[in-house]
Design a protein around this ligand. Structure first.
Ligand SMILES: Cc1ncc(COP(=O)(O)O)c(C=O)c1O
Length: 378
C-alpha cells in the first residue's frame, strides 16, 4: 500500500553539553540521567509502586513536611500550580492572589479559569509583600485561598513567609505557596511555616528533567478537598483520583510517567545524600560568588538584599548593550545558557539561575569569565 505521506528523515539527536544557568531547567547529575534510561516497567509493577512510596518519602524530606498527601503531579511546575488552585477553589470562592511578577499573574489566570472570585494584591514587579498589607486585604474581604510566590523567577525577589500561614489561617483561609524556583535551594520548612499547600517543579533546584510538579497538601487543605461540594474542575489534576493511585488503593488513574519518576527518585536521593542544609549552603555560596563577580564587572543587581533570591539572580543590562546578543554569544561561544527578562523586564535584565546540579563554583567562574570577555574585551 502506498501511504499518502512518506516518512520524514531527520538526523539523530545531537545535544552537546551546555552549562544551564537560566531559570530552569538546570543541569542534571549523570546518576539522574542514568536512572531515566532504566528499563521500562509497568505503572503497577511492584518495583514501581515501591519507588512511588520512596519518592513520596523523599519529597516529604525536601518539603520538610509529614503531609500524607505529597506527590509529584504528572506535568511541569505549572501543572502543580494548577493542581493547587483547582483542588481548593470551587466556583464563586473568594481568592486572594499576591502579584509582584509573571508567575503571580499566571496564578490569577488559573484561579479565574476555575471560577474563583479573584482579587489581587499588587506590588510593583521586584518588590515583596508585607504581612500587614495582606492582612489588611483579608480584613476587608476574607478569602478561602491566599496564594503567593516564594521566589518570583521573573524578578529575582524572595518573599518572606514567616508568620504568613498563621495570619491567613486566623482569617479562615488556606495559604498556597509557589516554591517552584526555591525548594531544595533555600530554606523552606513547610510544616514549621504552617503552609497549607506548597508545590515545586522537578527541573530547578531538585535538578531532575522537567515534567513533574511535586506538591504537598496539609491536613486543612486535604479536609477542604474532601469536603468539596462540586467536583474538581480538571479531571486530570483532581487529587481525589490521583491520590488513590499514589495512596494505598493503587487504583489506576493515569499512566505515570515512569522514566521521569525514576529520574526524580535519583535526584531526590542525591538531595538527601547531600542534605538540605548543605544544599542551601552550596546555593548561597555560589550566589554570593556570582554577586561579587558581577559587581567586579560593573554590573548591578535588580533586587537588594535581603529580598534577593539566591537561586535566580536578576542582573540589569547596562545601557547600550544588546542583551540578546550577549546571551547568544554565551550560548554559541561558551555553551552557557542564561535567560533574558520576562514580561515587564524583557530586554532590561538577565536572569541567571544557580540551581541544583548547576549550582557549582566552577560554573560561576565560567560564566563570569565569559561575561568579562564579551562585555570588556581586552
Ligand atoms: C516561580 C515559578 N512558578 C511556576 C513556574 C512554572 O513552572 P513550569 O515552567 O515548570 O511549568 C515557574 C517556571 O519557571 C516558576 O519559576
Amino acid at each position: 500500500m502506498r501511504l499518502p505521506y512518506s516518512a520524514p528523515v531527520h538526523p539523530p539527536l545531537n545535544t552537546d553539553s551546555r552549562i544551564l544557568l537560566g531559570p530552569g531547567p538546570s543541569n542534571v547529575d549523570p546518576r539522574v540521567l542514568q536512572a531515566m534510561a532504566a528499563s521500562m516497567v509497568g505503572h503497577l509493577d511492584p518495583l514501581f509502586l515501591e519507588t512511588m512510596d520512596r519518592i513520596q518519602d523523599l519529597l516529604r524530606y525536601a518539603f520538610q513536611s509529614q503531609n500524607p498527601l505529597t506527590i509529584p503531579v504528572s506535568g511541569t511546575g505549572s501543572a502543580a500550580m494548577e493542581t493547587a488552585l483547582a483542588n481548593l477553589i470551587e466556583p464563586g470562592d473568594p481568592v486572594l492572589i499576591c502579584v509582584n511578577g509573571f508567575f503571580g499573574e499566571r496564578m490569577v489566570d488559573i484561579a479565574r479559569r476555575y471560577q474563583g472570585d479573584v482579587r489581587t494584591l499588587q506590588r510593583p514587579w521586584a518588590e515583596v509583600f508585607t504581612l500587614e498589607e495582606i492582612e489588611a486585604e483579608l480584613k476587608a474581604r476574607p478569602a478561602k485561598v491566599v496564594a503567593i510566590v516564594h521566589g518570583e523567577t521573573s524578578t529575582g525577589a524572595l518573599q518572606p513567609l514567616e508568620g504568613m500561614a498563621a495570619m491567613v489561617r486566623g482569617h479562615g483561609g488556606l495559604l498556597v505557596v509557589d516554591a517552584v524556583a526555591t525548594l531544595g535551594g533555600v530554606p523552606m520548612l513547610v510544616d514549621e511555616l504552617g503552609i497549607d499547600v506548597c508545590y515545586t517543579g522537578s527541573q530547578k533546584c531538585l535538578s531532575s528533567p522537567p515534567g513533574l510538579g511535586p506538591i504537598t497538601l496539609g491536613p486543612r487543605a486535604a479536609e477542604v478537598l474532601a469536603g468539596r461540594k462540586s467536583p474538581v474542575g480538571s479531571w486530570y489534576l483532581d487529587l481525589t483520583g490521583v491520590q488513590k493511585y499514589w495512596g494505598k488503593e493503587r487504583t489506576y488513574h493515569h499512566t505515570a510517567p515512569i522514566s521521569a519518576n525514576f529520574a526524580l527518585y535519583e535526584a531526590l536521593r542525591l538531595l538527601a545524600e547531600e542534605g538540605l542544609e548543605a544544599s542551601w549552603t552550596r546555593h548561597r555560596r555560589c550566589a554570593e560568588l556570582l554577586w561579587e563577580g558581577v559587581a567586579d564587572l560593573d554590573l548591578t543587581l535588580l533586587i537588594p538584599e535581603p529580598y534577593r533570591m539566591v537561586t535566580v539572580t536578576t542582573v540589569r543590562v547596562p545601557d547600550g548593550v544588546n542583551e540578546a546578543q550577549v546571551r547568544g554569544r554565551l550560548r554559541e561561544e561558551f555553551k552557557i545558557e542564561i535567560a533574558g527578562g520576562l514580561g515587564e523586564l524583557k530586554g532590561k535584565v538577565w536572569r541567571i539561575g544557580l540551581m541544583g546540579h548547576s549550582a557549582q563554583e566552577q560554573n560561576v567562574a565560567a560564566l563570569l569569565g565569559a561575561l568579562e570577555r564579551i562585555l570588556h574585551p581586552a
